[in-house]
Every structure is written in structure tokens, then in C-alpha cells.
Design a protein around this ligand. Structure first.
Ligand code: UD1
Length: 365
């Protein structure tokens, strides 16, 4: 049996780990184990995802919690190094681009354990984003790079990564959506928020570039209040965003704005249940750009760059700065927005391709 550690750390990781865990568990050759670094620890940022995605409790929990980037990275490296020395997994799979992704990779490679990166090769080109640093470091030293789209393959080639290490497997997030599609559709989530399908927008914002600067967050608050006067909005508030809204005395304005509902972070089924029936998304998340392109829903991404350009070239995503938001929403209302197409291999079968690729590579050695 090949023992494989699957590393889960933060909210956007759980839906990437779940389909692969289920796929590997079904095989006769692999014993997958889930390692939770504890980067996200709140019930609604972590536990609800394990429950809904039918994941068992983590086999190993590092309990790292919050901290500065260096503290979080060093904490994961130190704690996971001990685990590697104790358990000696045959392979480690890291996903996405959070601090734990890079930290685990560094510890593992120094102890000569092979590491595969799922969702490799994405690049925003913006090195002020902590995630971009995590992606660059991780992809420079892992043994296998599983990419979601051809642009990612191209980025890796340009960085000199050997062709033999790269496999384009498609988008694992779509596997999670398909796994839970029935429950997402049956949940009648808009009704629970007193909303009508196709007549409301969903908002998620948590990037430092949008929420850490008082002036930017104040402008965004104003624009969201204006949008909500025409189209009801649900704003699922990330803890970082809530903290800053409160610190800048903006929370009450948003909370009392007409047409705007604030909720704590939602579970995966609740969130996707809202997204699939929405008129548009306003976001700065990575994953939401992909989910909306898959579902054909207009997405305004409040960022200067995206590491997921295929959502713009093929999908329903457009990048905008805060001052362009009202214009974008007007365009969506007038139907002046790309219809989009589903990118290749975003088909719910990515976990299967990853498992096959891993099996092939293990047996080739
Ligand atoms: C992290 C990831 C980001 C991802 C995001 C999704 C990095 C560098 N960033 O950013 O790529 O898009 O997760 O959410 O890894 N907090 C809680 N409860 C939790 C987790 C965090 O209250 O369960 C608070 C922390 O105390 C901190 C803030 O939220 O104040 C930010 O958490 P952190 O994990 O540092 O980064 P994110 O902004 O969530």
C-alpha cells in the first residue's frame, strides 16, 4: 500500500482535497490520510466543509491557527517535519496556494519525500500577493505538477519545469460541485434568504488589497450599498473582512443598508446553493472565479490580475477596480456580459485523472 498524505489547511483547500480523498480511498493500492494544518479553525471555515464533503475527521491535526505569514509558515514546517519523521509517508499531495501549501512542501522536500501539487502552474504575475509567492516556491521544488488549464502548463514550461513532471488534469473544484450537485440544488437556499432566483447578487471579499486599506474598503462599502438599492445582495463575510469593517467603523453602514444582508461565512452547500441561482457575483476569491465560469454566471472580480485567466478568456469573469463596479453591474443588467464556455477538463473527473496519474508515476519508478 502506498501511503499518501493529503494536506488540508484553509477553506479553499477542503473542496480540492475531498474528491481526491474519495477517489484514492476507493483504490486497492493507496491509503490516503488527511493532515489538517489548522490554518483555518472556525467551525464555519473548516468543520462544516468536512461534514458536507463527507470527509472523515483529519488523521493528523497540526493545530497551527492564525499568525503572521512567517509564524504560520514556520509553525506548519516545524510541526509537519516531526510528523514526516514519525510516519514517513510515501507521497504527499498539497493543493492550492495557501501558506500551508508552501510550508509542507519545504519540510517534505528537505526530508526527500516526493510531493505532488494539485492546482499547479497558476500565476497572477503579482508578487505582492502572498499566494503568488506560495505558488512559485511550491512549483519550483515539487516532483509532480497537476494543472487545471493549459495556461498553467505554459507558465511552468516558461519557468523551465520539465515536461515530464506536468500533467494537465482539469479543475478539481468542479468534482466537488458535481459530488454535491443534488444537495446544492435541493437546498432551496435563496428562499432561506428571502431571495428570488436570478434576482440577487452574492458578494465575497477578503484580499488584503481590498479590505486592509480604509479608503478602499470605505469606497467599496459605498458602492455595495448603491448596488443593493437596485439588486438585493448577500455578503458572506470572511473574518478578516469583518474585523476590518468593524475597525474602520464601516460595519454598521453595511449592516443597515437596505437590500443588503450580511452573513457569517457560509457552508459549501449553502454558498454554492446561493451562487447557482444568483444574477452575479462580486468577489476577489480565486475559486469563485472558476465556479461562476463553470455555472455560466457573471462574475466581477475586484482585482488587477488573476491567476485564473481562462475564466476571463473563456468564462464569465471580468476584472475590475472598485470604481468600475457600478458600470459592471449595469452591463450585467443590460445583458452586455460574456456568456462564456466551460474550459476543457472541467468535467467532474479530475480526481480520477489525478489518481491514475499518481498510480502510473509510482509504478514507473
Ligand atoms: C487564507 C489564504 C488565502 C485564501 C483564504 C480563504 C494564505 C496566504 N491565504 O487567507 O489564499 O483565499 O485563506 O479564506 O494562506 N480567521 C478566523 N477563523 C479561521 C481562520 C482565520 O477567525 O478559521 C481569521 C484570522 O485570525 C485572521 C484572518 O481570519 O485574522 C485571516 O486568516 P488567515 O488564514 O491568516 O488568512 P486568510 O485571509 O483567510
Amino acid at each position: 500500500m502506498t501511503s499518501v498524505h493529503l494536506i488540508a489547511a484553509a477553506r479553499p483547500n477542503f473542496m480540492k482535497v475531498a474528491p481526491l480523498y474519495h477517489e484514492l480511498k476507493r483504490t486497492s493500492w493507496c491509503e490516503p490520510m488527511i493532515v489538517h494544518t489548522g490554518q483555518h479553525y472556525d467551525a464555519n471555515m473548516s468543520d462544516s466543509f468536512f461534514d458536507e464533503l463527507q470527509l472523515p475527521p483529519p488523521d493528523i491535526h497540526l493545530g497551527i491557527g492564525s499568525g503572521s505569514h512567517a509564524e504560520q509558515t514556520a509553525g506548519v514546517m516545524t510541526a509537519y517535519e516531526k510528523i514526516i519523521l514519525d510516519k514517513r509517508p510515501d507521497w504527499i499531495v498539497v493543493v492550492g496556494d495557501v501558506n500551508s501549501t508552501m510550508a509542507v512542501t519545504l519540510s517534505a522536500k528537505k526530508l526527500l519525500i516526493p510531493v505532488a501539487h494539485l492546482e499547479a502552474g497558476l500565476r497572477s504575475g503579482d508578487r505582492t500577493m502572498p499566494e503568488e509567492i506560495n505558488r512559485l516556491v511550491t512549483d519550483a521544488i515539487v516532483d509532480v505538477l497537476w494543472t487545471p488549464s493549459p495556461d498553467a502548463d505554459e507558465n511552468l514550461r516558461n519557468e523551465g519545469v520539465a515536461e515530464s513532471k506536468i500533467s494537465n488534469v482539469g479543475n478539481i473544484m468542479i468534482d466537488s460541485y458535481e459530488l454535491l450537485r443534488e444537495q446544492i440544488e435541493a437546498g432551496k437556499i435563496p428562499e432561506k434568504f428571502n431571495l428570488q432566483a436570478g434576482k440577487y447578487g452574492v458578494v465575497t471579499l477578503h484580499r488584503p488589497s481590498n479590505v486592509d486599506d480604509q479608503d478602499t474598503l470605505a469606497r467599496l462599502t459605498d458602492y455595495l450599498c448603491q448596488v443593493a438599492q437596485e439588486t438585493p445582495l448577500v455578503f458572506a463575510l470572511h473574518p478578516r473582512t469583518r474585523k476590518n469593517l468593524e475597525g474602520f467603523n464601516l460595519f454598521n453602514k453595511l449592516d443597515t443598508a437596505s437590500g443588503l444582508q450580511i452573513t457569517p461565512p457560509l457552508s459549501y452547500i449553502q454558498f454554492m446553493g446561493l451562487v447557482r441561482d444568483s444574477k452575479f457575483l462580486i468577489t476577489d476569491s480565486g475559486g469563485v472565479q472558476e465556479e461562476t465560469s463553470y455555472l455560466g454566471i457573471p462574475c466581477v472580480t475586484l482585482r488587477d490580475t488573476t491567476e485564473r485567466p481562462i475564466t476571463v478568456t473563456m468564462g464569465t469573469n471580468k476584472l475590475a477596480n472598485p470604481d468600475q463596479l457600478l458600470g459592471c453591474i449595469a452591463d450585467i443588467s443590460q445583458g452586455a456580459w460574456p456568456q462564456g464556455q466551460c474550459p476543457p477538463l472541467w468535467d467532474g473527473k479530475t480526481a480520477q485523472r489525478v489518481a491514475e496519474d499518481l498510480f502510473r508515476r509510482i509504478n514507473a519508478n
